[in-house]
Design a protein around this ligand. Structure first.
Ligand SMILES: [Zn+2]
Length: 443
């Protein structure tokens, strides 16, 4: 009898505290490398998608490309009973705004919004870029297939919309095609401002820029490795926040870094064959991407991309020199790998879109005591909360404890000085918010 009870209890524990959701595996399996191949091929065949290129032709230039992307989102919407709001969002950029804007141009983004059932004004965003370039950034007529940079990110975004539109989420998801990236991150800048004007609550931006190359210029070939770039703290922080970090920590615990850790953890949980690399910087050394304009105004945002880049295939005129084939051609893209990174995005978004909001106020105390204390404001829709902590030198949240539906908790015997701490909300199906680093000190 006793043994039966123990077994019953074990089964109950496993089901009620299950860390995984079968739907997430279904999402991974639904991402199609074939459809991604078709979309990248289609995008590369618009000849050039340069931001300043032709907008009238139906077959060549960025106008034809963005109209096709919009139609693809509309097709997806038609097969989910109109579940996506699809539209163009545009900004006029004037000639001479920088050296890469040689004429007045409308920078046009393509937007598809899947409305959340419970928190329609909270948004998780996946972005890719529409535009491409060759060696001269201002050359808007030469062939510029931009197959990896960044038809891969755009195709991944289209595919994520197809897969996730089959589900209903509590939070809203935006699938976003951005333009003007190569001319100075104009599309992201315009869209970030649009989000502020609409009063949107942005959970975070997953910017995908080059998710299809597995063969690095360094000779390394890997279809498992990928990078998650995140800045340490937002540039919009106050002087007071900066000063308080000297005494309370948080140098590597900004909001974007937490989203990076969330993406890392989700990948490790559901796609353990993949090898996400947490890169502790905004972007590659001295280089840019479309998550930055969101970070610039204080939004959470990260860059997801391949780990092994090939510079002879980026921003290059198509040519052969010393038997090296230059140019961002279709044949260099690995579609299976692009599908894997698309799945990473899709499952991160699904988990977040099914999760309750994170607590906003998190206090921490325990100075000269044997135990760390945490206190937070509860959020509607959370079934409970999880405390995370880690060694101060660890990049990831390595320890956790589910503490139920309470608003404060003491971790007995865990000395505050030796770890960093955070809190996540947990929803009824076990989906978690991002971890919030404490923002108040309790004495
Ligand atoms: Zn580029």
């Amino acid at each position: 009898m006793k043994r039966i009870l123990i077994i019953a209890f074990t089964i109950y524990s496993l089901t009620s505290f299950s860390q995984t959701d079968q739907r997430i595996y279904d999402i991974i399996n639904s991402v199609s490398a074939n459809r991604i191949e078709n979309d990248i091929t289609k995008l590369a065949n618009f000849g050039t998608r340069h931001t300043l290129s032709d907008t009238i032709s139906e077959t060549r230039g960025i106008g034809a490309a963005r109209r096709w992307i919009k139609k693809e989102f509309e097709k997806t919407s038609n097969s989910c009973d109109g579940c996506l709001d699809v539209f163009f969002q545009k900004n006029l950029v004037k000639e001479g705004d920088n050296q890469r804007i040689t004429k007045d141009v409308w920078v046009v983004n393509v937007v598809a919004i899947q409305r959340g059932t419970k928190y329609p004004n909270r948004y998780i965003i996946m972005s890719g870029d529409i535009d491409s370039r060759v060696s001269d950034p201002n050359n808007f007529t030469s062939d510029s297939p931009g197959a990896n940079d960044n038809a891969s990110g755009m195709a991944g975004t289209l595919e994520a919309a197809r897969v996730l539109s089959k589900y209903k989420f509590e939070n809203s998801i935006i699938y976003l095609g951005l333009s003007g990236e190569e001319q100075g991150l104009y599309g992201g800048k315009g869209f970030a401002q649009y989000a502020i004007d609409q009063n949107w609550d942005i959970i975070g931006v997953l910017n995908n820029d080059m998710i299809g190359n597995i063969k690095g210029v360094d000779g390394v070939i890997s279809n498992r490795d990928f990078r998650i770039f995140s800045e340490p703290v937002p540039p919009t922080e106050t002087e007071k926040e900066r000063k308080s970090r000297r005494f309370y920590g948080g140098e590597v615990d900004g909001i974007s870094r937490q989203l990076a850790r969330y993406t890392y953890k989700t990948t490790k949980t559901y796609m353990p064959e993949m090898n996400p690399l947490m890169i502790y910087r905004l972007d590659r050394f001295g280089r840019g991407g479309h998550h930055r304009p969101f970070n610039d105004i204080g939004f959470t945002g990260i860059r997801i991309m391949e780990a092994h880049e090939n510079y002879t295939q980026q921003h290059q005129d198509i040519r052969t020199e010393n038997s090296i084939e230059y140019g961002d051609k279709l044949k260099h893209v690995n579609f299976e790998y692009a599908a894997k990174l698309t799945a990473v995005n899709a499952i991160t978004m699904a988990n977040l879109a099914w999760a309750p909001p994170a607590p906003t106020q998190v206090g921490i105390g325990g100075i000269v005591e044997a135990s760390a204390k945490l206190k937070w404001d509860t959020v509607e829709g959370a079934k409970g909360y999880k405390i995370y902590w880690r060694d101060t030198t660890s990049p990831t949240w390595d320890y956790s404890r589910y503490v139920g539906d309470v608003s404060e908790f003491t971790l007995e015997g865990i000395v505050i000085d030796n770890f960093y701490f955070g809190i996540a909300s947990v929803g009824k199906d076990g989906h978690e918010s991002v971890v919030v680093f404490p923002n108040k000190i309790m004495r």
